[in-house]
Design a protein around this ligand. Sequence first.
Ligand SMILES: *Cc1c(COP(=O)(O)O)cnc(C)c1O
Length: 431
Amino acid sequence: MELKRMLAEDIALARLAAGVETVWINPGRVPFARAELPFGRDAVADAAARLERFAPLIRTLFPETGDGIIESPLTEIPAMGSRLGCGRLFLKRDSDLAVAGSVKARGGIYEVLKHSETLALEAGLLTGYHDDYTRLAAPDARAFFARRKVQVGSTGNLGVSIGIMSAALGYQAVVHMSADAKQWKKDYLRAHGVTVVEYAGDYGRAVEQGRAESDADPMSYFVDDENSKDLFFGYAVAADRLARQLAAANVAVDGGHPLFVYIPCGVGGAPGGIAFGLKLLYGDNVHVFFVEPTQAPCMLLGLATGLHNAVCVQDAGLTGLTHADGLAVGRPSGFVGRLMAPLLSGEMTVADGRLYDYLRALWDSQGIFIEPSACAAFQGAAAAVTAPEMADYARENGLDITQVTHIAWATGGALVPQEQRQAFLQTVLPV
Ligand SMILES: *Cc1c(COP(=O)(O)O)cnc(C)c1O
């Protein structure tokens, strides 16, 4: 069988199938100027402009956002950098994004807003892009949304983002959750008026059921985590904002000062969108690596075999089970995988036990808490200076590793309840 042969013959794939940590350098990456891309900067600019239009409404619904632009800080974390031995290290703190407490505040909220804008323009609730978007918080608009549903399948954080935003606009929000979703996330959603449907099976099953239910209802909209372009563009907007933060911190990104970015990956939408935005902006001067759990490396499997969403981690003999609930995905997005194939620098996989070690290290060294899934990012920064594959990568690309600025993308954490944080801080698993 073809897959079996690939798993045996490729070193990184053999390690992946054995469930041990690995570093994979993408042989399919091409110089950015030669990458064939289905869309460009205008698609991302369109999403950014839409978020600007909605800012007054967001400020009305969520005063904690200040100016109504949901954005996270970029924090240099030198003590963590010296623990990892990687040099200049920053934390992009999407863990602290308002409303959803995770990276999903980017794509998820954007998609709900885009859908709402479309409906509101059709119905005459908005007269055009220049209208006052706070009108969507008025009783007639709320009543309009209340007759409609927004549904999504989620391992947790996407459900929180879509659910909270949809409910805030007045929609009936329904989140279909997989068995590995954390109880506190279900409780949190229910407390915000969101209907949570639980499934015994995995994420794929929750998505399938949610989609079927939504498709049967003409008043319902289903957010498709695997294929949604809107989610993707919502994530991609992060890049321009990060660029402004880097400039403000006097961090140069150019041929002599490469940027290495490590992003935890589940189905691929969030890291893919962010990576796409970054490549549009920085081209060959940014090197993006995804990080996945050793038991759920679906994107790596899809990319390295070229099979994308035609393969799942169970086909490679893995369980798909991981403590990193935000990354517990067995089958990657084919749309994102194909888009990343010429752009992504590589991937690392990480054992669950190491996530808790990173979680403690960040807490002890910097006093910052992020959730286990988000801690996967540190595996990239650690590998950058320890993995032979990364030394080869630097040499082949003519990069001086001492001049690299590293960014660990902290994808979630703010909403984790206190007792749960304590439990995470005390969790020790064999690596
Ligand atoms: C969803 C999520 C990711 C990955 O996003 P995908 O779009 O599924 O790849 C990473 N970290 C956290 C905390 C998440 O919730």
